[in-house]
Design a protein around this ligand. Sequence first.
Ligand code: OXD
Ligand code: MN
Length: 597
Amino acid sequence: MASLTKNPNVNKWVEEMVALTKPDKIVWIDGSDEQLDELRKEALSTGEMIELNQEKLPGCLYHRTKVNDVARVEDRTFICSRSEEDAGPTNNWCDPKEMYAKLTPMYDGVMKGRTMYVIPYSMGPIGSPLAKVGVELTDSIYVVLNMDIMTRVGVKAFENLGDTSDDFVRGLHSKADIDPEKRYIVHFPEDNTIWSINSGYGGNVLLGKKCFALRIASFQGKNEGWMAEHMLILGIQKPNGDIKYVTAAFPSACGKTNLAMLIPPESYTKKGYKVTTVGDDIAWLKQGEDGRLYAINPENGFFGVAPGTNVKSNFNALESTKKNTIFTNVAINNDDMTVWWEGLDKNPPENATEWKGAKVNGKEYTAEGNKLAHPNSRFTAPAINCPCISPEFNNPKGVPISAIVFGGRRAKTAPLVYQSFDWQHGTFVGSIMASETTAAAAGAVGVVRRDPMAMLPFCGYHMGDYWAHWLEMGKKLGDKAPLIFNVNWFRTDDEGHFIWPGFGDNMRVLEWIIDRCEGKADAVETAIGYEPKPEDINIEGLESDGITLDVIKGLLDVDKALWKTEAVGIREFYGKFGAKLPKEMTEELDKLEARLG
Ligand code: OXD
Ligand code: MN
């Protein structure tokens, strides 16, 4: 099939990759419904995809990955910058020459007997000055169909690139044999190149997402003066119609999708408050002509974790999955070919197929402590399905950001919310983000895992340089910079129960944040930052959850002894970054310790 572009840089590279991987056939993805329908039919005929109930779930398909291939593989993910220093202590590094030499024989002839799909895609709205183009070569129809949901796929992406530009990210993916021992997810930031082999799991193979939009893009952002962040973007519409935009970074599995699609408590919706979603995972941020920081969501869909998603926890996400969605590794209800996962409702289907493919009685199976859906099972849903998608979702200029929110999962240390003193201190606050491990994951419980800006697995270069870039951005933005906050929804009581109700009630905290941005709310200065006066957190209607003014006081409490221990942990963590740790960060740590006394 003939190329869809005149761009010689694209064509030369595709030719080289064809010569290497030797596919039987090459199909350029133009993005048309006809072509995608053909591919759906083909994937159904081979069993790669399974058709779900087309009346109840129109356009929805099901896919099961290999049992050994269900999540991102950080130990097999590499940043191959020319110099090891540039990858930094938080990334796996290998010399690019050595890595190309190791992987080239693995790709040699890997697509014999297979079709290579050439997927041109845009990260960001077509025509946006913040958008960037990628081309992914893959031997998986599952990847094509997912990329079509997650990005803007087809000839229009090439129109955005133009006929001469070399500024596109070259992604090469092959399922190969899905051999976990030969699985590699490799980034060559200086070559704008990503090579992924022996996986079929989304986070490893939808190369527009973590690989491009975070790892490669963070490096591009540093060089070009913008930022690629692991952040949701939401709009808070106030009763007067004014909308304020907020981005927020949390480590994986801390509820970013839920916060992005939050439904405010009734007392707020009655007054006219509304939350709209621009993005649930990634934000690209750049200074606009007016000097403010603008954000786009480079993605076009949601690759969300299914378990735990239900009408109460995230009505909008659930609604988003009702049509044209791909489900991966959830359970199937064989009675009506619909889907089920833990936390959807209390009725596991009796006639079920669990995620690995065995037919089971779901009630008995789950009663024995087994999971019907894999804990990291996913839905890939088009953003336009989301009932609360922002009208600005496709705005090529992006949305102006008023506040940046960091957060983690801390049982005692971090208060419900605090504001940084300024941008430099806010950068420090982001850099000390951490979560405590829960019983849900293997290993010890309560261990603090540092995840600066939620970028630990996603920063494509040295984290010390990354913080320096944050400080640099703050200088450029000056007094137009967003205010920086930290939240913690996960404080627990002595029995280990969460105190704060979370979900929609997080609106109450967002309200204080917005009020601070507008200069309408007071704050109390503490050793760690500005906190709300307890009475400034609206708790109307929360009595039945046991939330009183005293409980809020407790949630805002800063335990100095805990923070002193925390400071010791931060200093030890900072020690890893050597000479590249900006002096401003140590300065902030010193100041924190001095304030703690
Ligand atoms: C994700 C992640 O899949 O952060 O979004 O792991
Ligand atoms: Mn994520």
